[in-house]
Design a protein around this ligand. Structure first.
Ligand SMILES: [Zn+2]
Length: 358
């Protein structure tokens, strides 16, 4: 079992982490941090946010040798290791980590050190000393009666289940084809029509589940982590959750007759990331099995995973009748206009564009 103890230091935007493991051989052990996060195809060098790192073996300090920007090595010594490190977290992004006095967000790839040969081992995460009133939303399993403890079957699951932490997370619930879904809202936002948001999300999810066969859904629960702010937009897909950023104006006002443009954009984002639970999280390029988060992973197929998902995101809104056919055709016209204004298609094939995405 690999164990992580995380203590937040909100005033300093820092996570203090103790990574504990037993090393059974009198040989060096490599310790790494990911360089990119699945779903966002760019080297991000998360290790640059580690501001200190030190190790003990059987309680005594031992030197760590840094052998690359994101890799360290223990001495050739067996024993119980504790790697203690601090990560600066002040990046408001769905693919990063953030900590302040109001909330915390963690995409695991940028926080959890891993042992390259032991990525299949079970992991446990324990949060200590959370600020008063904070709670945590994630899809990782929580052992009974162990507050703020979470378990992952392996590193891939650990880094595929983002965490939202804070005192003011509002969680809304709905089911789609019998599968429990949650929307966890964070940030500051005005009063809005919660029933409308739930009803529309339910229609979109039920439509996607039916299209892909609901009884073979790749998840048994699903979580939308929706952070609202000013002029923010973005999403990152995970196997049974998604992290979303949207403008607070995008929430549906009460007594809204037709969906506003901002709300339609939010529904399109929700539809897009949900569709990814199948297209790229379940059906994926062979190069992504398993994800190699250490270096660029080239594929000529990104256009299929992003392009087909983008084609379906707005289409699902029309098919599930949360927007009218006319509204859908207007969105499609905007997309076609945007594509035709851009000369990129005359320079590169879709495969070349996918390959060069890095
Ligand atoms: Zn996408």
């Amino acid at each position: 079992m690999l164990h992580y103890t995380i203590t937040p230091r909100p005033n300093a935007h820092q996570w203090h982490i103790i990574f504990t493991f037993h090393h059974s051989e009198n040989a060096t052990q490599s310790i790494k941090l990911a360089n990119w996060v699945a779903g966002s195809y760019m080297i991000r060098d998360f290790a640059k946010h580690i501001i200190n790192i030190q190790a003990t073996c059987n309680g005594s300090p031992v030197p760590l040798t840094q052998i690359s920007k994101n890799e360290w090595q223990t001495p050739a010594q067996s024993g119980d290791y504790q790697i203690e490190y601090t990560v600066y977290a002040n990046d408001l992004s769905v693919r990063a980590s953030l900590l302040d006095n109001e909330r915390g967000f963690i995409d695991g790839a940028c926080l959890f050190l891993y042992l390259p040969e032991r990525r299949d081992e079970a992991c446990e995460v324990q949060f200590n000393d959370l600020p008063e009133g904070w709670r945590i939303e994630t899809t990782l399993r929580q052992p009974e009666n162990q507050k703020n403890h979470f378990q992952a079957a392996h590193y891939a699951e650990l880094t595929d289940c983002p965490f939202e932490l804070g005192a003011h997370i509002e969680t809304l619930h709905f089911t789609a084809h019998g599968i429990p879904h949650r929307i966890a809202l964070s940030g500051h936002y005005p009063d809005f029509d919660r029933q409308r948001l739930l009803a529309d999300c339910q229609k979109i999810c039920e439509h996607a589940l039916a299209m892909f066969l609901a009884n073979e859904a790749p998840f048994s629960e699903y979580l939308f982590l929706l952070h609202l702010g000013d002029n923010i937009y973005g999403g990152l897909e995970h196997s049974n959750s998604t992290a979303l950023h949207a403008d607070r104006k995008a929430l549906p006002p009460r007594n809204m007759a037709q969906p506003t443009a901002d709300y339609t954009t939010l529904l399109g984002l929700i539809s897009h990331e949900y569709f990814h639970a199948w297209n790229v999280k379940t059906i994926k390029p062979a190069e992504f099995v398993p994800y190699n988060l250490d270096q660029e992973t080239y594929t000529e197929q990104l256009w299929a995973y992003e392009g087909i998902t983008s084609y379906y995101d707005d289409l699902m809104l029309a098919r599930s009748q949360v927007i009218s056919p006319e509204a859908y055709l207007n969105l499609l016209a905007q997309t076609i206009t945007r594509v035709h204004r851009n000369a990129g298609r005359k320079q590169q094939t879709l495969a070349q564009s996918s390959f060069a995405a890095w």
